[in-house]
Design a protein around this ligand. Sequence first.
Ligand code: NAD
Length: 296
Amino acid sequence: MLAIDLTGKRALVAGIADDAGFGFAIAKNLAEAGASVCAGTWPPAYGIFTKLIERGKIDESLALGSGGKLSFERIYALDADYDTLEAVPAEVRENRRYKEHADFTIQGVANRMVADFGATPVDIVVHSLANGPEVKNPLLQTSRAGYLGAIGASAYSFVSMVQRFGPLLRPGGSFLCLTYMASERVIPGYGGGMSSAKAALESDVRVLAYEAGRGFDARVNCISAGPWASRAASAIGFIGDMIDYTTRNAALPQKIHANDVGATAAFLSSALASAITGTTIYVDKGYHAMGMAVDK
Ligand code: NAD
């Protein structure tokens, strides 16, 4: 039987702060395939997430099909807006949600993984995070700071992760990030430069696939997911409409589920996908292929 087997692999999934988003579903699917999973959690959400786990509030979501329970090997505080501690402004470092964490930068998490697990601590690195401070503003009303903030948190953070985790990957390693088709088609309301950030991210996936392929023998891929009512997507304000419209007009007229993305992520991270790199794969029930709406 051909199966996705990630036994003995370790993953870092960056961008998990509850059980409702793609990051959680990806972590679960990687664990179902046998990987051990570490999480990277945004410091302002760290306390809430770890308490949810400690108090058993998400036990049902953590249950694995195999009978066990997803248990994160480590939960690292991670703010992907920052590459090194020297780059963090003093007011952020002193913020009460940050100061309890030693080094929450991308380099800081890389260093902690080396300290915790040795020189090559990880096989699979997943970037499942995005932030656009002005996402509710149309592009025409987006400030330079808002635009650059969206690109920094949502696109450059992936470049930085590949830079810093590339040398730490074991042979056959894989990077994965998540995008949305607003990068290539107009989705009114997905503003603040987030569409630009996703376009940059997809372009970077191609270039990084080449550079990390040659430099680290690693693969770099991207999933373009259909709409899903995660916490981040719900904050944009019209996720229900996006889901309804996409469902009515997709090739397969069904809603996507976060697990659809999780399963694809497990496949892309596995040896079954060892010849796939530099690619953006749609997990959207075929919506991207449609050229005309059918919900007349
Ligand atoms: P989510 O809320 O579950 O995940 C986003 C995560 O990013 C959160 O955990 C948040 O704490 C974290 N985050 C924000 N800023 C951060 C920072 N500076 N450093 C570290 N973490 C930070 O939402 P999601 O929708 O599952 O998003 C995951 C990925 O999927 C994102 O890249 C998103 O753009 C992408 N995506 C989502 C949809 C959708 O409809 N939900 C569709 C396509 C792509």
